[in-house]
Design a binder for this molecule. Structure first.
Ligand SMILES: Cc1cc2nc3c(=O)[nH]c(=O)nc-3n(C[C@H](O)[C@H](O)[C@H](O)COP(=O)(O)OP(=O)(O)OC[C@H]3O[C@@H](n4cnc5c(N)ncnc54)[C@H](O)[C@@H]3O)c2cc1C
Length: 323
């Protein structure tokens, strides 16, 4: 999936952007690309800075069924269309991770440590989205990409006829389990609470699927390689607080335990809420007059494509007003 979008997107990118523009945009996901469309249409120049591949999180979605007017579109197709629209209007893209921002009230300067470069703009839109949360347990880092995956749609096919586990209890976890049940021989859904958070419709669906088994009220406390398989140390709290643990062997583990905002680089200059999201209202304005924040990295209740595009629109219109 990722290779697919890279072939479609990165090879066509306009890489030779100059070091200044009207509006700098950090993050080439849905919010950043939408913002670029509005900036370009306002007759200004936008540069998007992207650390991996343009498209953002949505490239991992097998199917999008809730974006108005586009039912059944794949995440990759959605991202490619958005990217092309922004590029056709003259948006520039620089592939760099931005590590620091500074504002003197008139101009904003952003820095990339790995590129050893800086760029200046009249205004800045931060649209850095969110990343998959990790378990933070022993053995996890070594096994990511070698038995542990964050993306069922990308890696599910490696587990044809095998046994896998999905860790999590929300919509993504149950959607992943349903998707994997068509590929794997057996899917265990492991969740730390005794009931799922996911929508009722998904909970009903998984109950009807024979090769899905749920393991509730447990946590995974360690992962380790066991020959070709992985061992999950599963700890059950027990009724009277007595802990018991066992090792569950599977071929693959898919993590679906939520997202964390990509905002730590901006904590020096901007206010973050208790969960790390950049504080701003629907107007996308931060405490710095020429810095705006759009999409999943902003404080808000609903993080979806529709809200990311809304934020991108508002942030761009506000950013273009800065003289
Ligand atoms: C598997 C999956 C399925 C989903 N399905 C749906 C769905 O069906 N419908 C729906 O409405 N929503 C869905 N979502 C949620 C939706 O994808 C997000 O709400 C949306 O993508 C948020 O867009 P964004 O631009 O704010 O952030 P992102 O898409 O996260 O984009 C942020 C971008 O910023 C880049 N970045 C981060 N930090 C830096 C940095 N320091 N320097 C440079 N670049 C940086 C990242 O690499 C990334 O490309 C799904 C999400 C996932 C993971």
């Amino acid at each position: 999936m990722n290779t697919n979008i890279e072939n479609n997107i990165n090879k066509n990118s306009s890489g030779n952007a100059s070091n200044s523009a009207d509006v700098l945009i950090i993050g080439g996901g849905t919010a950043g690309l939408t913002a670029a469309i509005y900036v370009q249409r306002a007759g200004k120049q936008a540069i998007i800075f992207e650390k991996t591949a343009v498209g953002g999180q949505i490239i991992n979605a097998q199917k999008i069924d809730n974006f108005p007017g586009m039912p059944g579109t794949s995440g990759v197709d959605f991202a490619i269309k958005l990217y092309r629209q922004a590029m056709d209007l003259g948006t520039k893209v620089v592939y760099a991770q931005i590590d620091k921002i500074k504002s003197d009230g008139k101009n904003v300067t952003i820095f990339s440590e790995d590129k050893n470069e800086k760029w200046q703009g009249k205004s800045l839109i931060i649209a850095t989205g969110a990343s998959h949360r990790k378990m933070k347990v022993d053995g996890e880092e070594e096994l990511i990409g070698h038995g542990i995956s964050m993306c069922a749609a990308c890696d599910g096919n490696f587990y044809k006829g095998k046994e896998v586990a999905v860790y999590g209890g929300g919509n993504t976890a149950l959607q992943d389990a349903i998707y994997l049940s068509n590929i794997a021989k057996k899917v265990y859904v492991i969740h730390r609470r005794n009931e799922f958070r996911a929508e009722q419709i998904l909970q009903k669906q998984i109950k009807k699927i024979e090769n899905i088994e749920t393991i509730l009220d447990v946590t995974i406390q360690k992962v380790q390689k066991l020959n070709d398989r992985i061992g999950l140390t599963i700890v059950n709290k027990g009724n009277k607080g007595n802990k018991s643990s066992k090792i569950k062997e599977v071929d693959g583990l898919f993590l679906a335990i939520g997202m964390e905002p990509n905002t730590e680089k901006f904590s020096e200059l901007l206010d973050l809420d208790e969960n790390g999201y950049i504080v701003a209202n629907e107007d996308t304005k931060t405490k710095i007059s020429n810095v705006f924040v759009a999409g999943d990295c902003r404080t808000k209740n609903v993080r979806q494509l529709t809200t990311a595009t809304a934020d991108g629109t508002i942030a761009a219109i506000n950013a273009c007003k800065i003289k």
